[in-house]
Design a protein around this ligand. Sequence first.
Ligand code: SAM
Length: 283
Amino acid sequence: MVKRTSKKSSTMAKMADLHVLYQKSVQSSEFEIGFYDERYREIRGKRKMPMVLREDFCGTALFTKDWCESHPKRRAIGVDLCSDTLKWAMENNIKPAGASVAARIDLLNENVITVVTEKVDVICAMNFSFCIFETRELLKSYFANALKGLKDDGLFFCDLMGGTNTIDACEESHEIEGENATYIWEQASYNPIDNHTQCYIHFEFDDGSRIDKAFSYSWRLWTIPELKELLLEAGFKKVQIFWEEFIEDDDPDNDYMEGTGNYRAVTEIAQQESWLAYIVAEA
Ligand SMILES: C[S@@+](CC[C@H](N)C(=O)[O-])C[C@H]1O[C@@H](n2cnc3c(N)ncnc32)[C@H](O)[C@@H]1O
């Protein structure tokens, strides 16, 4: 993605850097690093932490960088097909983190289905990126390649969105902290015949300018049982689904349930309008 430069008369949309807006809108490394650490200890029963990460579909490699910043001995490999995004990652995330962090990171411009790396403790594929694989064959070959990249006690993490809202056209938005901008997630279409969905991220700015379709995603909306089956078929030994705990809002007139940020393994759960589940597969 090209960084937009500006003249004084430019709109906020023209001056915006899409990658910065994206990162601020959808990524939460601190939570995810804590989640991976907890699951690793819980599942592997070890006191030691996972040290080497591979972030598949790493994009701007913010998470890769944050992982290495979370411990002076942590290393990470980021894999992405888009060389321009990896260049942006290097200039804007990796180099600014300083030489000691940068020295512990490798960015690979490769396909996650075929990439060969050293065996790592954790592989992650976040923000539903694997949904780009729309057939069982492709997704299973991706999972099989992830398994090949894990140590014997490694863990694979991915997330999935779902709920009654996601099987329909819908839109949701939130302000982006410190950017005078609003992030808009649009699910433009959903086809119940093949679960194909077309989604977009748009940005709207306080000066009225807008970036329409800043990012677009042509995905299959996989279901949890399909993912579980494919992970097991690909050779993973066990798959667990982690769900956020909710509490009722204090206001008795409001039946709104508030997310606590705590996730627990579940095998049965009530459907919601919208949910984000974490899937953890054991090598
Ligand atoms: C939705 S972004 C995800 C970025 C980041 N993982 C996150 O959590 O926000 C998807 C990224 O996957 C990359 N990508 C798509 N297909 C890929 C493939 N087969 N192998 C490697 N990267 C791929 C795209 O270039 C893009 O940067």
